[in-house]
Design a protein around this ligand. Structure first.
Ligand code: PGA
Length: 248
């Protein structure tokens, strides 16, 4: 089901007391009931947050594709599932660039998550140079290729896609609402061509990259933009909730 979603990616921020404070603040503030709020804290906090009553869903920021075994430092999809974590962010550009994750590795993660009923929040997006060279659509299509050609229709329905132009992440630059809409439409059309219009219409496609309270309304008003993946602004409860209440 296509839903309005605002997901906070805390990245590697906040010690335990600060993270508890933020989660309690988020828990207290009302969000429109037609918006799903997702919080992706560092994985060490997932089990603690899971134990408190909350009105948001939990997401991991990463997962390993293997089932279990000698993979020091890693967390499996089965572990997330056993904690009732519903989502995991994968393919984030920071993981692609700093941890050398390829499309093949990311797709293995998609399969492992789906196997354990955890929905991937699949990130894609082009570099500034790729946009300047007019290659943004091709780059995103290539990143989506495994999903479109190897998943079954009932599997793709469990995926959330986050379009995050790399040049907009953490920089204060945002794609214009029109440029973001064009890419979101391209993604939705690609899903419709490969599967069906009905399936494409039911997938939430989020925008990420310096999404803030002052630009969220314009971005979320676009036809094919179903919400945001929020980095910096998700570390402040007021900003995060103001973004979550930016759907018209
Ligand atoms: P940002 O990060 O909102 O700080 O640009 C977004 C993201 O990396 O998901």
């Amino acid at each position: 089901m296509r839903r309005n979603i605002v997901a906070g990616n805390w990245k590697m921020n906040l010690n335990h007391p600060d993270s508890s404070r933020l989660i309690n603040e988020i828990n207290k503030i009302d969000v429109n009931s037609d918006v799903e709020l997702i919080v992706a804290p560092p994985s060490v906090y997932l089990s603690t947050f899971n134990e408190i009553q909350h009105h948001f869903s939990l997401s991991a920021q990463n997962v390993h594709f293997e089932e279990n075994g000698a993979f020091t430092g890693e967390v499996s999809a089965e572990m997330l599932s056993s904690l009732n974590v519903n989502y995991a962010i994968i393919g984030h550009s920071e993981r692609r660039s700093m941890f050398h994750e390829t499309d093949d590795i990311i797709f293995k993660k998609v399969k492992s998550l789906l196997k354990h009923d955890v929905s991937p929040i699949f990130c894609c997006g082009e570099l500034q140079q790729e946009r300047e060279e007019g290659r943004a659509f091709d780059v995103v299509s290539k990143q989506l290729n495994h999903l479109l050609t190897h998943l079954k229709e009932d599997q793709i329905r469990n995926i959330i896609i986050a379009y995050e132009p790399v040049w907009a992440i953490g920089t204060g630059l945002t794609a214009s609402p029109e440029d973001a809409q064009n890419m979101h439409k391209h993604i939705r059309d690609s899903i419709a061509n490969q599967f069906s219009l009905k399936t494409a219409e039911n997938i939430s496609i989020l925008y990420g990259g310096s999404c803030k309270p002052d630009n969220a309304k314009d971005i979320f008003s676009q036809e094919d933009i179903d919400g945001g993946l929020i980095g910096g602004a998700s570390l402040d409860s007021k900003s995060f909730l103001s973004i979550a209440n930016s759907f018209s």
